[in-house]
Write a protein that binds this ligand. Sequence first.
Ligand SMILES: Cc1cc2nc3c(=O)[nH]c(=O)nc-3n(C[C@H](O)[C@H](O)[C@H](O)COP(=O)(O)OP(=O)(O)OC[C@H]3O[C@@H](n4cnc5c(N)ncnc54)[C@H](O)[C@@H]3O)c2cc1C
Length: 383
Amino acid sequence: MHLRLGAAELAFRDEVRDFLATHLSDAMRAGQACTTSMYPEPDVCIPWQRALQRKGWLVPLWPTEWGGTGWSGLQRFIFETECALAGAPLVHPMGVRLAGPVIIRFGTEAQKRHYLPRIMSSEDYWCQGFSEPGAGSDLAALALRARPDGDHYILDGTKIWTTHAHHANRMFALVRTSSEGKPQQGISFLLIDMHLPGITVRPIRTIGGDHDVNEVHFDNVRVPRSDLVGTENGGWECAKYLLEFERGAGIFSPRLRSQFKRVAEAVRQSQRQLKSRFGEVAADLDTFEWLELKTLCNLAPGVNPGSVSSILKLEASRLKQTIAELGAMAHGVLGLRWRGEATDSGSSPATLLPEYFNSRAYTIFGGAQEIQLGIIARGILRA
Ligand SMILES: Cc1cc2nc3c(=O)[nH]c(=O)nc-3n(C[C@H](O)[C@H](O)[C@H](O)COP(=O)(O)OP(=O)(O)OC[C@H]3O[C@@H](n4cnc5c(N)ncnc54)[C@H](O)[C@@H]3O)c2cc1C
């Protein structure tokens, strides 16, 4: 896709380039380049987040009164494109893109004043406690019990697939506070200190060999009632709002474009006949870029994306998988002989094969693709 930028956008792009040239270190770049799973480790992303925060650029999605940049959709797109081109680490989304917007929309004044600055300074590192062993696609079936006891809730149960719970000092979670009425009506949204007694985090290894996800067990954990967001039994509203940000408020195409460039190198070096497949994926990527840019340009800062987020999530995750498949095909069976850690930034099996295995999860987390298709179909049928 070729964008013709006006003078103001060109000046903004140059400002971003200058900033990247002076603040993005080789160590940060190398850390992102070796990341083959969803998110870089905290020692890679936090130094970068702190550099962005000092510049006032960490939370472009937030309203300006809470530290947002007030950028237009096109400026956000330019910013993300330059970051992807330069190989900057991904910002960990759990605080900035998920907890932050929910606290701004539903939190008390005290919660905003306490938590928002700690997200911006990266003092708090968040994880998401939604899924449970018996509640994934059917999220409203969640059973982790929160019993009121004076000024506290007492929590018992299990969360699963919790990304980076082993790094996080904070979790935002959906808990069951009532079994009356429809399942959605008995759910509350809680902020939880991960160091409380009774919380145990157990690792789950994924097919790509990484440790990203965990089981988190709660055994008689006492959480202050002041950490309830919104109303008791009103957590489903917060969850729906948050999921729109999870699925549709990221900007995916610049990172997909840079993944595609690395794969193109592997395809070029390969003896295999992949040109027509490569052309199809290139066309799909162009189409997705336009769709994302159009959506962004219609979105005011601080506003939730709405149900279009399911279309973006579906297409971005399919593309991620298709590009990763192309990379694996370029290496063919020889790639399977690769063993060991990813240590390069290029197009070798050391990076592309773990990326391929890990990309299987993209059509599952954040809501499986069948669930997104259902939301899209219902949205169209209702229109
Ligand atoms: C790598 C990874 C990271 C994750 N990180 C987190 C995290 O940080 N926090 C968190 O809370 N969760 C996380 N998850 C969990 C994720 O949100 C769930 O895995 C997802 O919602 C699917 O739930 P499930 O695994 O229980 O599968 P199920 O809900 O059992 O689904 C199994 C299959 O059945 C299909 N299916 C289910 N219901 C329907 C239906 N009504 N119509 C059609 N098809 C249907 C699904 O699409 C899927 O293909 C993560 C998952 C992965 C893989």
